[in-house]
Write a protein that binds this ligand. Structure first.
Ligand code: ACO
Length: 336
């Protein structure tokens, strides 16, 4: 088995800042409610005409990650692209990235695991590198949420939470025979809760003509639905479980964590996990205050930002953990 390592990180968010006060002009909400429930102060939204899309933002983040890894697009052997908001219904964003970055005819795999998308994608990359199949894999998480949210009062409990952006990591085979690199990944799902955080249409079950014909009377869902309190309760249990699982698999304990990067679902969820694990403020990185919940992009944006701010050093134990729609959840344990 080879060692796999994160050799480059990058992130990109659109310039357009949308504050809580901006949202309160569109719907019945206010800064105090949003901050108290979620910790979010502002988020970024793609602006019509700014040239961004899920794949374009993915390419911008990937370009920075490649530079940091000192690699050229030709050095990449595979793309793993995680999103719930692709530019098109099909094909997925992976091939768009391959084309925009002018890459060889390498495999491009799309991962659809919502908030856990990046952790799932990293796990895929880790396996391909560890087995020796590929040397350098580009992993991207990118979301354009603002294009598909209900910005009327009806959608306020969901639409105030989500933001747009992208993050990317290069996972490479390492010559480092020591203990540095991705130590392990841990993935789970529980499909019985699939409806609790979901977007049902348009889909083959609720196809476009049916939605046009029956709405608004029958209200076929074409905006995301979230059972907020149910999601919250499951998230705090699964986050802590899967962090413990990852640590235990490596003979480590919570005291060994130098940096926990939780999926930025909600600041209250992160604070709850921090409290439960008895971690200090320095051991947990949060940036949801600035970007909202960017789903598959949240961990790579946070990881890239924390790394660029000098908060992660060689030898640190870094834990990535996610929970989201599906339900799906997972963790990645990294010795930096
Ligand atoms: N502004 C003002 N009022 C609002 C808003 C809003 N944006 N949204 C809902 N309300 C109102 C509701 O209508 C309700 O009013 P009512 O009492 O008159 O009926 C009241 O606020 C309370 O609504 P709840 O839904 O009960 O609010 P809650 O305290 O549960 O907070 C929230 C909602 C923030 C979504 C919370 O449930 C939560 O954090 N859930 C976790 C889910 C989460 O974070 N998901 C992130 C995405 S999933 C993921 O990434 C894992």
């Amino acid at each position: 088995m080879y060692t796999s390592k994160i050799t480059g990180l990058g992130h990109y968010v659109p310039e357009n800042v949308v504050t809580n006060d901006d949202l309160s002009k569109l719907m019945d909400t206010n800064d105090a409610w949003i901050q108290e429930r979620t910790g979010i102060q502002e988020r970024r939204h793609i602006k019509k005409g700014d040239g961004n899309s899920t794949s374009v933002m993915g390419v911008k983040a990937a370009t920075i990650a490649l530079e940091e890894a000192k690699l050229k697009p030709d050095d990449i052997d595979m793309i793993v692209f995680a999103t719930l908001s692709p530019d098109m219904y099909f094909p997925g964003g992976g091939v768009e990235v391959q084309e925009m970055m002018n890459m060889r005819t390498i495999p491009a795999l799309d991962v659809r695991n919502q908030c856990s998308g990046f952790v799932y994608a990293m796990s895929v990359a880790d396996q391909f590198v560890k087995t020796g199949m590929y040397k350098n894999i580009l992993v991207i998480g990118s979301e354009n949420h603002s294009g598909g949210l209900d910005f009327t009062t009806r959608g306020r409990s969901v639409s105030v939470i989500f933001g747009d952006g992208a993050g990317a990591a290069v996972v490479s085979r390492s010559d480092d025979k020591g203990e540095n690199g991705i130590l392990s990944t841990h993935l789970h799902s529980e499909g019985k809760h699939k409806d609790e955080l979901s977007l049902q249409g348009p889909s083959t079950e609720y196809w476009v003509p049916e939605i046009i014909e029956k709405n608004p009377q029958e209200d076929i869902p074409y905006y995301p639905y979230m059972n907020g309190q149910f999601v919250f309760k499951h998230a705090i249990v699964r986050f802590t479980e899967v962090i413990h699982e990852g640590l235990k698999a490596n003979g480590l304990s919570v005291e060994d964590i130098d940096m926990l990067i939780p999926h930025q679902a909600n600041l209250r969820i992160s604070q709850f996990i921090q409290q439960k694990l008895k971690l200090s403020d320095d051991q947990v990185f949060n940036n949801i205050q600035k970007y909202g919940n960017t789903t598959a992009a949240s961990i790579p944006i946070a990881l890239s930002e924390a790394h660029k701010a000098g908060k992660i050093k060689k030898g640190d134990l870094v834990v990535l953990a996610a929970f989201g729609s599906g339900f799906t959840w997972g963790s990645v344990i990294v010795r930096w």
